[in-house]
Design a protein around this ligand. Structure first.
Ligand code: CA
Length: 235
């Protein structure tokens, strides 16, 4: 169950999508055009968006580009015309997570949506950013759910796979101690080669994260004999 925003100008299709996803157990909000979509994204928290690209007022691609600035990890599935290959490519380049071409099968939509939502909630990848567009202050740190990168306020920070897995773990359990064993277990499930790491490799990765994420309100503390703990201030 997730709170979803359906953005579709075709009233029949919008209603059909609403009842399909409502019956699948989701909480559904609907927008008939791009302007209304951006307003709702500003005012409410969503866990996923189904976005038609051909929309009146503000087109779907522009909606996607604008929402990505503030909500880089919000899962978005775009709907495009069958022959809209360029639209599809532009949509994926603008940060859509998946697409379906019209007409589509309702079961396929549900399945794609489900796997998109599941990916965004994978525990190893940190939290999707659910703060509304334009809502006051940006969080100090956001960790991308799908790619090895993070945002330190407005700055994107590129990470290696291993740095990303370590950061996601520390971030998810900020304020709690993460033991060395927990990190090695996460690395093992992520890339399957943690066994080959010397035990002092963890210090090296922590050191790299501290350097890449240097900010006075962000601390990765060494808790002697126990492990590491991330603390995030107000930024
Ligand atoms: Ca349309």
């Amino acid at each position: 169950m997730a709170h979803l925003l359906i953005v579709e100008d075709d009233e029949l299709l919008r209603d059909a999508l609403g009842s399909l996803l409502g019956q699948a157990g989701h909480q559904v909000s609907m927008a008939p055009d791009g302007e209304s979509a951006l307003a709702q994204l500003h005012d409410s928290r969503f866990e996923g968006v189904v976005l038609d690209l051909g929309l009146p007022r503000i087109d779907g691609l522009t909606v996607l580009q604008r929402l990505r600035v503030q909500l880089p990890t919000l899962p978005v599935l775009i709907l495009t015309a069958r022959d809209g290959v360029e639209d599809r490519v532009a949509g994926l380049n603008a940060g859509a997570d998946d697409y379906l071409t019209k007409p589509f099968n309702g079961d396929e939509l549900k399945a794609r949506l489900q796997s998109m939502l599941r990916r965004s909630k994978l525990p190893a990848f940190g939290q999707a950013d659910l703060s509304p567009v334009g809502a006051g202050r940006r969080p100090l740190l956001r960790v991308d759910a799908g790619m090895p990168r993070a945002w330190l306020q407005d700055d994107m920070v590129e990470l290696t796979q291993r740095e990303w897995e370590l950061l996601a773990l520390l971030f998810r359990r900020q304020g709690q101690v993460v033991s060395r064993e927990d990190v090695f277990a996460a690395w093992q499930s992520g890339s399957g080669e943690a066994g080959a790491l010397a035990s002092n490799a963890l210090e090296v990765y922590v050191h790299r994260l501290r350097r890449k994420l240097a900010h006075p309100a962000l601390h990765i503390r060494n808790i002697r004999g126990l492990g590491y703990m991330m603390e995030l201030g107000a930024g």
